[in-house]
Design a protein around this ligand. Structure first.
Ligand code: HEC
Length: 121
């Protein structure tokens, strides 16, 4: 088994080095998609859960309409805007009320979710 696997390896490289290199490359490839980090996966799940309320309004966003599209925003900016609504530095009663119920962890999870999720309608 060892000999057959080694036969396609470039000369001078051990199976161990080759395999760990492949695993590292695979992890790099999958990280942005699945979030191999368990914390990020949990955040994404929380964000998806909380997003249901947001999508009830923002899902209907149309170019030039009163409701802005909130998909694909840069997460840091997204969090700052949400905090501004929460602190009532930005005026919009609906958004102020929505944001007042969310803590920093919720906002980070929502930012992550909306930065990566695809709009479904
Ligand atoms: C009742 C409808 C409604 C709900 C529910 C709602 N929003 Fe909004 N949101 C709005 C409207 C309307 C605006 C535009 C406000 C303005 O023009 O000042 C807005 C603006 C925003 C903006 C600023 C976007 C930009 O480009 O300026 C963000 C970010 C945002 N909402 C996120 C959320 C999130 C996250 C949720 C769920 C937790 C949510 N909204 C729930 C109606 C809603």
């Amino acid at each position: 088994m060892r000999e057959t696997m080694a036969s396609w390896l470039p000369a001078g490289r051990s199976i161990g080095a080759r395999r760990s290199g492949m695993i590292a490359a695979l992890a790099l490839l999958l990280t942005p998609i699945t979030g191999l980090n368990a914390g990020a996966a949990a955040d994404l799940e929380l964000g998806r859960h909380l997003s249901a309320e947001c999508v009830s309004c923002h899902g209907a966003a149309r170019a030039g309409g009163a409701i802005p599209d909130i998909f694909g925003h840069e997460p840091m900016t997204f969090v700052e805007v949400m905090k501004a609504y929460r602190d009532k530095r930005l005026p919009n009663e609906a958004m102020q009320t929505v944001a007042s119920r969310l803590n920093d962890e919720d906002l980070a999870a929502l930012a992550l979710y909306f930065a990566t999720a695809k709009k479904t309608n």
